[in-house]
Design a protein around this ligand. Structure first.
Ligand SMILES: O=C[C@H](O)[C@H](O)[C@H](O)COP(=O)(O)O
Length: 234
């Protein structure tokens, strides 16, 4: 089974949790894109859903495929969000933001009664941190914010490099949908994710980080042997 087939398998299973008429947060990334494609087929058959996209990219795909969209201001309370992830630990804590969308993704997930993550099994980890943690920051005061992140990492005993994300193939900064910059922090392991999340949230120039702690209710994981659903072990 190739990587795309696994994403489709997870997305298919997620679709079975979407009920007619639901207010639905729609995630970002290659796995979420597969979900949008499957959802669009159901919508074309008369299935009603009110979608709230988590990025301009997802909004474009939904519009192209005919999935009805609303803003989060139209629908400030959502029934369910389906989204991908870059890493998933045994408690279903996540790293997200590989596609730079974690700010809107977190706002949408927080407005949802439930969040279901879809991924292939390569995203499962024992401890978060092998995937570089995306940190969305204000362009103003970038150097000071970066220094504050460095100091926090040092205080928490986290070693690694922190790089500013660049636009793919270009020598210019990546700009998020919110008009901010991104730092990618490669720590290797983040044993105290809560302390890091709290510390990052306390830095004024940090807009949002990609740690999603205690937000996901379930993760649908696709592997060549089949699809399974994990729930948080608290
Ligand atoms: O910013 C992007 C999102 O957090 C994605 O959901 C995450 O990067 C996973 O993307 P993919 O499904 O392409 O691996």
């Amino acid at each position: 089974m190739d990587a795309r087939s696994l994403k489709i398998a997870a997305a298919e299973e997620a679709l079975s949790h979407v009920e007619h008429g639901m207010r639905l947060g729609i995630g970002t990334g290659s796995t979420a894109d597969e979900f949008v494609r499957l959802l669009a087929e159901k919508v074309a058959d008369g299935f009603a859903v009110q979608g709230v996209p988590t990025s301009e990219r997802t909004a474009r795909l939904c519009l192209e495929l005919g999935v009805p969209l609303f803003s989060l201001d139209d629908l400030p309370e959502l029934d369910l969000t389906i989204d991908g992830a870059d890493e998933i630990d045994p408690q279903l804590c996540l790293i997200k933001g590989g596609g730079g969308a974690h700010l809107r993704e977190k706002i949408v997930a927080a407005a949802s009664e439930r969040m279901i993550v879809i991924a292939d099994e390569t995203k499962l980890v024992d401890v978060l941190g092998a995937f570089p943690l995306p940190i969305e920051v204000m362009p103003f005061g970038l150097a000071a914010t970066r220094r504050a992140v460095d100091k926090l990492a040092e205080r928490l005993g986290l070693n690694g490099t922190i790089l500013q994300r660049q636009r793919q193939g270009k020598d210019e900064p990546y700009i998020t949908d919110g008009g901010h910059f991104l730092l990618d922090a490669s720590f290797g392991r983040i044993p105290e994710a809560e302390a890091l999340a709290e510390g990052l949230a306390a830095i004024p120039g940090v807009v949002e980080h990609g740690l999603f702690l205690n937000m996901a209710d379930a993760a649908i994981i696709a592997a060549p042997a089949g699809v399974r659903t994990l729930t948080a072990k608290i």
